[in-house]
Design a binder for this molecule. Structure first.
Ligand SMILES: Cc1cc2nc3c(=O)[nH]c(=O)nc-3n(C[C@H](O)[C@H](O)[C@H](O)COP(=O)(O)OP(=O)(O)OC[C@H]3O[C@@H](n4cnc5c(N)ncnc54)[C@H](O)[C@@H]3O)c2cc1C
Length: 407
């Protein structure tokens, strides 16, 4: 059996960032990435621009095959890991390949969570998660017709606009009363809905799907009010589910994700988990910013340094050309928070900041994101902004009054 110092299960964003970080630190241990996907590791975030026709595949690939060879990082792609023995410290792939390890990292990510609807298994019903999904969606757009997108969060919106731009008749169904309800308030969601509608997408909020009709392919989606929306294609973007089966079978502690401590250690010796498959402080993640922090923590610890994960605020952005939406930090208007808003209906601009004890703790920007980085810095550094909030909100300027960074 072959042996590698570090075996990483998954060849996605967390996995590739980890190997690159270790090599950048000068770590020369032997490593192998075992990935279920056949494609060279790529930037998953860019699947949306790829589907929209705004990016080429080559722009997504994070490192060339030559780079892995030069860095002496082995890639075993297109073969899922089926078993991990954390006592014998071995990993086995579906193709029979086996390798022993000093340390193993689970970086298996998530899959699209498919709701238990009649018709969900039909061909023509797909998630929006990987390169194969995008290939399927691109093929569907060549046939044209009606697409129904389930889910009005970031992924659903990006998929809906991309499919409409490729000529499909698109209806987006969202269970909550407003789009992106986890990030936006009612007003920002109204602006967003107008902009999405202007891109040719019919938006229906406050409805849940009840079934997908069709014998061999979808023909319609039935909603909870009994109405039927014609559908040749159904894209499910209603959430993600961490992939934990292999870790669970290996006896690791699982809740929603693979449970890790502040050093990314899972519940067996020499086993770690990273990215969307792991659960840290009772939380799983769905954006790369906290994952990059996890990677830094694990890389440091693998190199013998003591580093502990510390949660930080991050920015959520919608990737639809011409629609600028940034949400960062806290979004709940609790009693101890002061809310300031600015609205310019004519130009489609809406800005909101949340301030607690003279420190900005959250911001929401729609239509004008010029000050996004400034607000994010103020949130991160917990800078006291003085009392001239209006000037900050309107002009993006701090007053001459002394300001103090707390962090
Ligand atoms: C369309 C789209 C747009 C997105 N846009 C944004 C964005 O704008 N901003 C943002 O911050 N985040 C965005 N995300 C989320 C971001 O891509 C993820 O948070 C990130 O990819 C998670 O990294 P990961 O390594 O944990 O999982 P992944 O990147 O999903 O990698 C996991 C890999 O493990 C493989 N795997 C699973 N099981 C096995 C097994 N048994 N054996 C071997 N391999 C296995 C999977 O096939 C996959 O290749 C987007 C995601 C999608 C799908």
């Amino acid at each position: 059996m072959e042996h590698r110092d570090l075996v990483i299960i998954g060849s996605g964003m967390a996995a590739t960032r980890l190997v690159a970080t270790l090599r950048r630190r000068g770590d020369r241990r032997s490593m192998i990435l075992l990935g279920a996907e056949r494609a060279l590791p790529y930037n998953r975030i860019m699947l949306s621009p790829l589907l929209a026709g705004e990016a080429e595949w080559q722009q997504l690939v994070t490192h060339s095959a030559e780079w892995y060879a030069q860095e002496n990082i082995d890639l075993h792609l297109g073969h899922a890991v089926v078993e991990v023995d954390t006592v014998a410290r071995t990993v086995r792939c579906a193709d029979g390949y086996q390798v022993s390890y000093n340390d193993v990292v689970f970086a298996t990510g998530s899959r699209s969570a498919l709701p238990p609807l009649a018709g969900i298994d039909l061909p023509g019903v797909t998630g929006f998660r990987d390169y194969d999904d995008v290939t399927r969606l691109q093929q569907a757009t060549h046939r044209g017709g009606n697409a129904v997108v389930l889910g009005g969060g970031l992924l659903g919106l990006e998929a809906a606009v991309a499919l409409a731009a490729r000529g499909m008749t698109v209806t987006l169904i969202h269970r909550a009363k407003q789009l992106m309800n986890r990030q936006l308030d009612v007003l920002a969601a109204q602006y967003l809905q107008q902009a999405i509608t202007a891109r040719g997408v019919t938006v229906r909020t406050g409805f849940a799907p009840r079934a997908i009709l069709g014998a061999y392919r979808p023909t319609a989606v039935v909603l909870d009010d009994g109405s039927q929306i014609p559908a040749d294609l159904v894209v499910v973007a209603t959430g993600i589910q961490p992939i934990t089966e292999i870790a669970a079978a290996a006896g690791l502690q699982i809740q929603r994700g693979i449970v890790v401590d502040q050093r990314m250690r899972a519940s067996a010796a020499h086993a770690y988990a990273l990215g969307e498959c792991c659960e840290l402080n009772g939380e799983t993640v769905g954006l790369v910013a906290p994952i990059w922090e996890q990677v830094d923590v694990l890389a440091a610890n693998l190199c013998g340094e003591e580093k502990i994960f510390a949660a930080k605020p991050y920015v959520t952005m919608l990737k639809v050309s011409g629609i600028d939406v940034h949400a960062m930090g806290e979004q709940d208007v609790s009693e101890d928070v002061r809310m300031l808003t600015y609205q310019d209906r004519e130009h489609g601009i809406y800005k909101k900041i949340l301030v607690r004890d003279s420190v900005i703790v959250g911001a929401l920007l729609y239509g004008d994101i010029a000050d996004s980085q400034m607000f994010f810095n103020l949130i991160q550094t917990q800078t006291e902004i003085g009392s001239d909030y209006c000037r900050l909100l309107l002009a993006g300027e701090l007053t001459a009054a002394p300001v103090k960074a707390r962090a």
